[in-house]
Design a protein around this ligand. Sequence first.
Ligand code: PLP
Length: 398
Amino acid sequence: MNLSEKALGIKPSSTLSITERAGVLRKEGKDVISFSIGEPDFDTPEHIRKAAIEAINEGFTRYTPAAGILELRKAVAKKLKEENGLDYDYTQIVISNGAKHSLINSLMAIINPGDEVIIPAPYWLSYSEMVRIAGGTPVIVYTRKEDDFALTRKVLESGYSDKTKAVIITTPSNPTGMVMPEEALREIADFAVEKDIIVIADEIYEKLIYSKDKKHVSIASFGKEIYDRTITVNGVSKSYAMTGWRIGYTASPLKIAKLMSSMQSHMTSNPNSIAQKAALAAIEGPQDCVEQMRVQFEKRRDYIYDRVAKMPYVSALKPEGAFYLFIDFSGTYGKSYKGEKLESAAQIGALLLDEQLIAVVPCADFGMPDYIRFSYATSIENITKGMDRLERFLSELN
Ligand code: PLP
């Protein structure tokens, strides 16, 4: 049977195979500690859950407008104005089924066959596959640890061609946890305006920033020219511990918003009506729940970073946001573990799972094959146990 070549060209998520293997080990009764999951371990705050229950009890269970309910689109526009200095009318806001859906909508609204999209590595592994699904070509450029993995003009230029349609930026970053400095964002904005390319700004981790001297800046806030070329992507999944509810959104020039809304009306119709009411409560309601979770993540970040900083052979930058520690394992290459010579982070990830029962994410599919991502969205007790196991693994190298 002749199946879709495009679909056949899409790689399944590599993180899933780790989750599967970890699941098998757990079924065998093994105490696996997971650092592989990219979602808050907290429950969705109570006032948000209540809003959803009320929506069900009030019968808010029918189709809504495809781009989302008016109140939510307006609440998002207000949030963007107050928190990000961005002026959007509600007609420019499209509510979708998670930020992932918002991202693929964005790409499908702008890409023609042959168009290239620059993706700075290390990058969240879905971006490259989403660009392919949308019919474009991902062009990977490599940021440097020495620059704290910030995207510089020089690195951006290295991926530019007359086919470049867009660049995707993520701050705070998955997988590095770094927050892009304002100067770097300004350089990207200048470049995008000069070359007339679109910026897709993934700001899903915006509220999870720990470094006192860092604050989140939205690239679209730098002036009309960049505003006219930016699609800002955000959502409630990470900030409000709402990953399962599936609500994300875009803010973009009206022309693009209309295209996304039109495509969405055929593909999925509206995002879940009840989840929209819950997202409304999240965005309009009290924000102390976000701060409480942020403080917990900060404690975990400090703890995991301090532990890893003292370990031999490995190194990491101190994450400034999100909930990932991005560890360089290249210093272990050439050493042996139980007679097996180490030569890649993928191999080390498999050993850590099978031998030490810690599930982690090797980052070849994030564009950095020497690194492993540890998500610290888990309890301090789990992090402590997991770090003891990592330390034991490293101490057994010879
Ligand atoms: N963007 C980044 C950088 C992410 O890490 C994730 C989730 O892991 C998403 C977007 C997707 O968010 P959502 O769960 O709202 O689809």
